[in-house]
Design a protein around this ligand. Structure first.
Ligand SMILES: [Cu+2]
Length: 119
């Protein structure tokens, strides 16, 4: 098991390097690398959109800290991380502490929220 874990980790590192260039992933986001590689079709520019639900922990300009549930399509466990709003207009009617569902896409090392609604 240990051996395959390291093989998988090496593969993930390679994929992250390819997808993300040399920029380091943020600390909050490092948990994702452990779970599984991001599918190739989610590479920047592909426009693939993923859906998740979570609670807004913090709003800071166009950065949203969300404790989100699992995202099976990306093999993400539930965790708290920062997303970037495509437009701050998306925040209309929501505030910190609200439960939301949202759609996002990968762009470089960032995850951009393209749609959200209060639950
Ligand atoms: Cu996350």
């Amino acid at each position: 098991m240990k051996k395959s874990f390291f093989a998988q980790a090496a593969l993930i590192f390679a994929l992250v390097s390819i997808l993300g260039g040399t920029a380091a992933l943020s600390m909050e986001h490092s948990g994702h690398g452990r779970a599984a590689a991001v599918p190739e079709q989610s590479a920047p520019g592909s426009g693939q959109v993923f859906s998740a639900a979570g609670i807004i922990e913090k709003i800071s300009g166009n950065a949203l800290t969300i404790s989100h549930g699992a995202v099976p399509a990306l093999n993400w466990p539930s965790m708290t991380m920062v997303f970037v709003l495509e437009s701050e207009d998306l925040l209309e009617g929501v505030k910190e502490g609200d439960k939301i569902s949202f759609d996002f896409r990968a762009q470089g090392n960032s995850f951009i929220i393209v749609n959200l609604e209060a639950l």
